[in-house]
Design a protein around this ligand. Sequence first.
Ligand SMILES: Cc1cc2nc3c(=O)[nH]c(=O)nc-3n(C[C@H](O)[C@H](O)[C@H](O)COP(=O)(O)O)c2cc1C
Length: 307
Amino acid sequence: MSGVTDLPFRQLAFRYGAGLVVTEMVASRELVFNAAESWSRLKGAGLDPHMVQLAGREPRWIAEAARIAEANGADIIDINMGCPAKKVIGGYAGSALMREPETALAIIDATVKAVNVPVTVKMRLGWDDQSKNAPELAKAAEGLGVAAITVHGRTRMQFYEGRADWDAIAAVRDAIRIPLIANGDVESRDDALEILRRSGADAVMLGRACQGRPWHVGVVAGHAAPAPASIPVIAEEHYRMMLEHYGAEVAVRHARKHVAWYLERHGAKLDDAQRAAIMTSKDPEFVAVRLRQALSQALESQCEEAA
Ligand SMILES: Cc1cc2nc3c(=O)[nH]c(=O)nc-3n(C[C@H](O)[C@H](O)[C@H](O)COP(=O)(O)O)c2cc1C
């Protein structure tokens, strides 16, 4: 997830049992032309396998970016055909590619030919209700040598509205023999078992349910959850990993959404002034310590309520 699954987030998800984690989408052309942010998104230290997602609209740039990613340690290349954002679809990238199957297949073909590592594709059900072409596109992608397909059970026009249609993913299952990964609105282990049953998929991908708890994908996969008492410690460690990864100035801004997710998800009880102090502070030491304290206090009050 763009802006979320950076290296620190993926390292934590992996540590707590995620089987596979994927980078934020990396803009292909920007990577080829050396944009610092694209290079930062490419990093995968300590992750095995290291899966890199590329976005773009031109076969040659995606193929070249895939070569660069492979040369820099990517074990799997994923192609983004699911992002609904205007910035991405404006230039026929992301889910707009589902409306341009010829371009989509040219991109896939060029990428598969460019690298030795497996290439996978992430898509939606289609552009809108009238054009749910994921089964055909997935089958054609399989024919070009793609190793696995992920389907988010919404159309592009749904953006993130409504509920993901887990049954509709089954049409892709019927069309392909390669592994299928089902995605959309999975929150719990029960949800994961249900999406597997309804879609016939081989694996499940989680996104937003992991915000404020990077260990959650491991928990859904059957690993033990971290003890509640360690959550404040993990949150502080996560924050410090971001400081290390981005450098303090950038990290303080990037980390704010993670801080907000931790506070919200784990029931921190802060008044407006306390909350604003954490959310607007430019002092990383202050934020790291206050985040841990706020989560510890939340934990204590939950224990008292339970006692
Ligand atoms: C903030 C945000 C950023 C996202 N960035 C990406 C991305 O870079 N690549 C991608 O394939 N999907 C991206 N997605 C879509 C998610 O991977 C996923 O398909 C979608 O959120 C549905 O799954 P979920 O209900 O488990 O979150 C993003 C979603 C969100 C909310």
